[in-house]
Design a protein around this ligand. Structure first.
Ligand code: NAP
Length: 251
């Protein structure tokens, strides 16, 4: 289905990004996977065909432009851009100093902006392209105890919606995927953080997250990847500027 397409997946070495990268490569795309750590990217590439690792910190404009340039030189213009890299950490407003606020936005919003801008420059003038941002249910409604994360993901949904208007009719579509709680390393880190902060046991903290998904279970990374594959497949060209919830129900 995607043979001859070049996909870029940021944060492609773990969790949701890894599932998306494997799904796109499985459908025939050549997939550039990026992250700050080389080891998980190289391990992925060693275990599957059509996965190409590149170390790239999305908060560093030169690193983003350089890595995208190198990937394009090797595998051609980007057809599919998945801005997935992100960090999740909850802090109340009074524990949110400017440094923390900027750290969350530097990755979740500035990083996606830099990634999408670099990828779009290579898509310009072509008649097909897919830009997909992995936002969150926190891109659509407030997530208790996480105002900075919520603001960054609302911003990401706004970026996608804005671009969908600017490029309307071009053949390039822009959509955000908004998952509930997905079973990835972020969940493990958050379980520990919540347990430490609240005095809950790790099992109790996990139960809070599971309970927040409307169907009462954690979502699997492959379920998010399936939505990305659908957006890249035939028949989805009219889906544009949308924020698609994958949360087991209405978030
Ligand atoms: P994860 O395994 O921790 O994935 C995050 C990825 O982003 C990692 O591969 C990480 O790689 C990369 N990353 C982080 N900061 C980066 C930076 N500055 N530059 C480049 N890459 C960076 O967790 P995940 O759950 O799969 O998260 C993926 C996305 O899904 C995030 O945007 C997250 O907000 C979103 N999301 C997750 C959930 C959930 O419940 N798991 C729910 C809704 C939305 P390096 O550490 O090697 O850089």
């Amino acid at each position: 289905m995607l043979r001859g397409r070049h996909a870029l997946v940021t944060g492609g070495g773990s969790g949701i990004g890894a599932a998306i990268a494997r799904a796109l490569a499985g459908a025939g795309a050549e997939v550039t996977i990026t992250g700050r750590r080389a080891a998980p990217l190289e391990a992925m590439a060693a275990n599957g065909p059509r996965l190409w690792p590149a170390v790239m910190d999305v908060t560093d404009p030169e690193a983003v432009d350089g890595a995208v340039k190198a990937a394009v030189a090797a595998r051609g213009p980007i057809d599919i851009c998945v801005a997935n890299a992100g960090i999740a950490e909850g802090r109340s407003i009074f524990r949110t100093d400017l440094e923390f606020w900027r750290k969350i936005h530097a990755t979740n919003l500035d990083g996606a902006f830099l990634t999408i801008r670099a990828a779009l420059a290579t898509m310009k003038g072509r008649d097909w392209g897919r830009v997909i941002a992995i936002a969150s249910i926190a891109g659509l409604r407030g997530l208790r105890g996480a105002p900075a994360y919520t603001a960054s993901k609302h911003g990401l949904v706004g970026l996608v919606r804005g671009l969908s208007e600017d490029f309307i009719g071009s053949g390039i579509t822009f959509n955000a995927i908004c998952p509930g709680y997905v079973e990835t390393p972020i969940i493990d880190r958050n379980v520990n953080a919540i347990a430490e902060r609240t005095g809950m046991s790790p099992d109790e903290a996990l139960a809070v997250m599971v309970g927040a998904n409307r169907h009462g279970r954690l979502i699997q990374p492959d379920e998010v990847a399936a939505a990305v594959l659908w957006l890249c497949g035939p028949g989805s060209a009219s889906v544009n500027g949308q924020a698609i919830e994958i949360a087991g129900g209405q978030a």
